[in-house]
Ligand binder design. Structure first.
Ligand SMILES: C[S@@+](CC[C@H](N)C(=O)[O-])C[C@H]1O[C@@H](n2cnc3c(N)ncnc32)[C@H](O)[C@@H]1O
Length: 246
């Protein structure tokens, strides 16, 4: 571990942001890189600080990542809409038996691979899969594959996707696709396992009602954490269902 990081963590910091700049120099010698490595709970993530909201790690999901890490030991974890694999890194660090990250965008998966490597976590042909989430779930269902913990964190706004009339891969519309997504995710969750759904839509007060019929079990609400005080029903929050049939 670098000296700066060791020193910061030895002061008692659990999380350190913006500490290390990758050394990518432009032709005139100016530093053009906006990529840095940040540390969350001792884990390292590459972020691009000039990418607007999508820097690569969403701080409002930190309590959910901690929740996933604390429950992953020995489990087979499926991370759908994985983006930079932040949930996957936490699951693997938490001792998951296997982690499958699925996203439709190659550059997101590539960064996910780099995030795994930054943390010395194993990468193979099954850890990062390029696929439309719905197609992946359909195939997995057909093959009878199951996971013990399924994390579902799709985009908060409609995405058009690629393909004819926007009906192809990579499409998601949070206004109408949630019920079928929740149902398909629940179908690949092993009995006794858990499904975690994250809805980042602001004021999504009907979210729980929208999806709860699709997943057996009692939902547990995971808060946004101390960095985001305010009404509980605003902004990103997660719901986790135990898939037990009781
Ligand atoms: C909100 S981000 C996910 C954040 C991520 N779970 C995290 O923890 O940082 C949404 C991701 O969904 C991906 N995506 C959108 N539609 C998709 C689809 N139909 N199938 C698979 N991935 C999709 C996007 O490429 C993007 O990386």
């Amino acid at each position: 571990m670098e000296e700066w990081l060791e020193a910061t963590l030895s002061l008692g910091a659990r999380t350190a942001y913006g500490m290390h700049r990758n050394e990518v120099l432009g032709p005139a010698g100016e530093d053009r890189s906006s990529e840095i490595v940040v540390v969350e709970d001792g884990l390292r993530f590459e972020v691009d600080v000039l990418r607007g909201r999508n820097v690569g790690l969403f701080p409002d999901a930190r309590p959910m990542r901690r929740w996933v890490r604390s429950r992953s030991t020995g489990l087979r974890v499926l991370n759908l809409f994985s983006y930079t694999s932040a949930f996957g890194v936490h699951a693997a660090a938490g001792g998951a038996r296997s982690v499958t990250n699925v996203d439709v965008v190659p550059s997101a998966l590539e960064r996910g691979v780099r995030n795994f490597r930054l943390n010395d976590l194993p990468v193979d042909s099954r850890t990062h899969m390029r696929s439309d989430a719905f197609e992946f779930l359909k195939r997995a269902g057909r093959e009878g594959r199951t996971w013990d913990l399924v994390v579902v964190d799709p985009p908060p706004v409609p995405t058009v996707g690629r393909g004819r009339k926007g009906k192809g891969r990579g499409r998601f519309d949070p206004r109408k696709d949630w019920p079928r997504l929740a149902r398909a995710a629940s179908a690949v969750c092993a009995e006794g396992g858990s499904v975690v759904l994250l809805s980042a839509a602001r004021g999504a007060s009907g979210f729980e009602e929208l999806v709860s019929d699709m997943i057996p079990g009692v939902p547990l609400r995971i808060d946004r954490g101390e960095d985001y005080p305010g009404p509980r029903d605003q902004g990103l929050r997660a719901l986790a269902w135990a898939r037990a049939e009781t």
